[in-house]
Design a protein around this ligand. Sequence first.
Ligand code: BGC
Length: 257
Amino acid sequence: MTAQHSAHHSGHSFGIDVGGSGIKGAEVDLATGEFVGDRLKIATPQPATPEAVAEVVAQIVAEKGWDGPVGITMPSVVKDQVILSAANIDKSWIGVDAQELFNQHLDVPFTVLNDADAAGLAEVAYGDEIARTGSVLFLTLGTGIGSALLLNGQLFPNTELGHLTVDKKEAEKQASSAVKDREELKTKQWAKRVNRVLHEYEALLNPSAFVIGGGISRKFDKWGEYLDIDTSVVPAQLRNRAGIVGAAMAAKEGVRP
Ligand code: BGC
């Protein structure tokens, strides 16, 4: 064993975020929520079948020389470690027992959870005070729209609000950041759609705040001004890091939503 591949640091963990376009992993310092070393990103195999994805997950762990527990996020409903939905990944994931699958590829303990749930928990732990106070709807705007419903930092898992019908169409099919790119929407046009969706969530849940994550939250100052809802809306602090950090937290704590 080289020094680099020595036993894992007890205060560190490892998170892997499985997304529609990339599978990303990093070691995380749980004291700070910061990455230790570089994040490794490998393009999601197409089709993103369970076998193909599990191989990449194992490859990331191996390349990073990590030998401790691992957290893995999926863009899916994950109940009792079984994948129950596949909106933006290969449909063959539905019904897959994630413990069985990853067991065949990893020789370290692991936990699988929904990507937005993981990101929401990371925001609670390392983000703004607002994320852990009261009733919060955390959303990730990316390939789809992910949601994490939080009450004083406690998670109600697998809410899947990106699939709520708003004006006869699924929210994520009109207001995700992938739709903005695909339809080449102007920032203002797209922000108006997000605004419409947030109004719907507001009417249903009346949260104390919305926290918005995903890559596009970085540019919140460019589009936040087009929102006109009463509930406060704040950009997430961890941005793209949240999924991996939340996964790493879950690995460490053995959280199994
Ligand atoms: C999936 C969710 C996921 C979200 C963000 C949705 O299409 O149904 O499980 O959290 O995308 O990736």
